[in-house]
Design a protein around this ligand. Sequence first.
Ligand SMILES: Cc1cc2nc3c(=O)[nH]c(=O)nc-3n(C[C@H](O)[C@H](O)[C@H](O)COP(=O)(O)O)c2cc1C
Length: 232
Amino acid sequence: MKTVVIHGQNHKGSSYHLGEIVAQHIAAPEEITEIFLPRDLNHFCLGCYQCLQAEEKCPFYEEKKVIMDAVKEADVLVFTTPTYCMRASASMKAFIDLTFVNWMPHRPQPSMFNKKAVVISTAAGAGAKSAIKDITTCLSYWGVSYIKTLGASVAATNWNEIAPKTKEKITKKAEKIAAQVCTQKVRVNLKTRFIFQLMKLSGNDSSKMGTVLQTDYLYWKENGWFNGKKPY
Ligand SMILES: Cc1cc2nc3c(=O)[nH]c(=O)nc-3n(C[C@H](O)[C@H](O)[C@H](O)COP(=O)(O)O)c2cc1C
């Protein structure tokens, strides 16, 4: 299965290693694409809203396109982030912000609805759950239903420092998730269906629309989503 691993850090610590274990159990090396943030997209959203008019107008479009093209092609998306101050890393959050045009209120990519995703975060102590939530929220709004998570409290600042028992336990968890990803089917869940229907209802009311949202409206219309067609 084609797999894209998006690391919310440049370094190869605990979160990276768990991501590698998952990816290598899912895909052959030639099927894996790795993205490192900020190395591959070192920008923050400027709030210019140019992307809402046309995606190519984003000042960081070229770099973002390389990542989003890989994401579009992939069957499985693996996200890793260290827990930083109880949340995902700033680089991961910056990436999420830069994809907001692909959230369901705007222009979701139809391919997202069939993808599987795994989200991994390690913390020294607490906070992995909320770091993971930052990413799963984004995935849900991209239209991804199938999401597995692996949060681990590792009492360490890097992979080599983790106690052998803890390492064995989290490695097994990562392998189990990979096995599930390989065998389970994608089912579009109620949450995805609900968000899609809600966006359809609000988007269809063109009288409430500012010009900046016209492109979104036309995108939904061209996809036939106001007329009963669905991306799933
Ligand atoms: C800036 C920063 C903030 C951190 N915040 C937290 C935190 O909120 N909770 C926690 O348990 N550990 C925190 N840590 C520790 C890391 O989350 C922990 O060492 C993690 O396993 C590192 O993952 P990595 O090896 O993938 O970099 C923080 C570390 C840094 C550098």
